[in-house]
Ligand binder design. Sequence first.
Ligand code: COA
Length: 698
Amino acid sequence: MLNNFFNPASIAVVGASRTPGKVGYDILNNIIRYGYRGMVYPINPGSPEILNKKAYPSLIDVPDKIDLAIIVVPSKNVLEVVEQCGSKNIDSAIIITAGFKESGIEGARLEAELIRTAKKAGLRFIGPNCLGMIDTHSKVNASFAAGMPAKGGIGFFSQSGALCLAVLDRALPDEIGFSKFISMGNKADITDTDIMLALAEDENTKVILGYIEGVGDGCKFMEVAKEVTKKKPIIILKSGITSSGAKAASSHTGALAGREAAFDAAFRQSGVIRAHTINELFNYALAFANQPLPHGPNVAIITNSGGPGILAADACDKSDLKLAPPNKEVVDELRTFLPAAASFYNPIDILGDAGADRYEKALTAVLKDEKMNGIIVLLTPTAVVDVDETAMAVINVAGNIDRPVLTSFMGKQRVESGTKNLLRYNVPNYSYPEEAVSSLNAMYRYKAWIDRPEKTYPQLDDFKVKAKHIFEKAAEENRERLSDSEVHDVLMSYGFRVPRSLFARTSEEAVAAAKGIGYPVVMKIVSPQVIHKSDMGGVKVGLESKKAVENAFFDITTRVRNIMPAAQIYGVMVQEMVRGGKEVIMGITKDPQFGHMIMFGLGGIYVEVLKDIAFRITPLSREDAHEMIRETKTFPLLRGVRGEAEADIEAIEESLLILSRMAMDFPQIIEADINPLLVKKRGEGAVAVDARFSIGGE
Ligand code: COA
């Protein structure tokens, strides 16, 4: 896949320049300088030879077959060159030239034309507005980057050329090995998903790294990522965008979503590991590219000083890793050579006077405990330790086991040659213990992802038929919201329990309704213009008597009339007062790239302050529903604290799955909240006390 990009037999540089310092010169120079073995054709109308290579006035003049064209001519000439690619049967190109979509309306128009022209010419292309591409294995450096990374297993693609340069510059001094380096530019044709699929197939790539600012087609991204992550890890650094749109959202779910929630959910549901900084991107990449995956969460920490050991232990505590104590045989063996003042449990502190020999013995002993799934070796450069020898000791042991060993030899000057050696022999070193822990944790989580059974999707009843006419009617009337009674009916159609409700136009009817339902009752204004009923004084709860109902009717209608004189007041809804249980919120929101998402949170009226929420993209699997509830910090409250009964967590899971189904059934739902869903004791279900639906579009 994309073979002509990565392993071309011949390359033409269209716009190859004679002038050093020009992009067209540097690219040609890089191709030649870094040892590309295929044919190279500089294309330049004004020169017969560039960098000792015969040059041609145009692509058409080249007598031979060309696999890859690098286009580096001014933007006004790009289309003409693309057409020439078509005439010459060239199917792959990298368009370096800027001045397209990124530069404004005119550029966007030119880019649209470029896409059309390339399609007609049968040309696939990377870019435009990119830095080029490097393949260390086929020795193609078709970029204007200053340098060539070492050969290795990291395949990197980036939407930002500048980030490519920063990553390359960081990789060069440490000789961090890459398989491919792809600057994606505007992604007008070849997209992230094309590259992910190609890197998944590439035998030189062990781990896929990406930097993205956004994705074009969210569903496709998830579909491809899910497939690829089963084979190889994908680690992505995504720059954040604050969403002003979220602030304008009318529901809690919409306000809480933001764009990052969608990406977080999409990454999580497709097994993509998210890095939050460039440093983290590197840290994870080094671990995945160099060490085997841990088979479980147990980690042993070996250290020559207390403080860093505690830092590492604290970091483990916050992660999914576990600091398991070594078994008795290992402790007994450690006692045979460690001083009495050493710590034999985890972290294993072999003390500040430890030399390479003590490190090697401790590491070998700890590895005899089969339950240790990974080891982190910490070193503080004391006066007695020989860093280089210790690095070699770690390398000797790590090279012979199929469990991950990561190190944190701290400091810089004194540890530098040792840490370079570690990396040379595939043991990644981290400046700080926490980084080693979070990298091992990322590996453990990834292992759990590839080992997890296939997700299960529930077989639910066909609820849609009963609710369809409600959505159709609202659409016919061009309404953006469902009325209270419509919401009530939709929820009922989908099997939600709702409080018994009766509509009343007059005070007398309200009293009769309350009698029918049974005291105490709740009363709510019914008016199409009143959305936030409580804010308008349109809700009264705990009405215990006929008198209270009569007064409430008067109060509610008068207050709303005073605040919103233009509002049409149809009457009130008298509702059963549901008591007891835990208040949770769940909802639907729509992301422009990933579509419908389901939200879950605890906290009742405080939900927007606490932001203790979880999102998943639809369709939700049973596992998604299970996990998202447990992901919230306040989950223990549902389990019950201080003797409280456990809430009906299964009912919440079921409700989330049904809500997901509802979102799939009705693409026109823009936002929905069930707030609160009152969750009763285990086995007693939940009641949707209040809900809101915004609709429109598809
Ligand atoms: N076919 C072949 N060669 C052509 C040509 C054509 N149709 N049109 C021009 N050329 C040649 C020129 O003769 C020149 O060679 P010379 O220097 O030996 O005379 C060479 O191509 C470059 O053309 P020039 O007009 O000098 O352009 P430039 O080098 O100033 O700029 C780009 C060209 C593509 C580099 C520039 O338009 C650009 O897009 N720069 C930004 C690139 C970028 O930042 N990309 C994103 C990185 S993340």
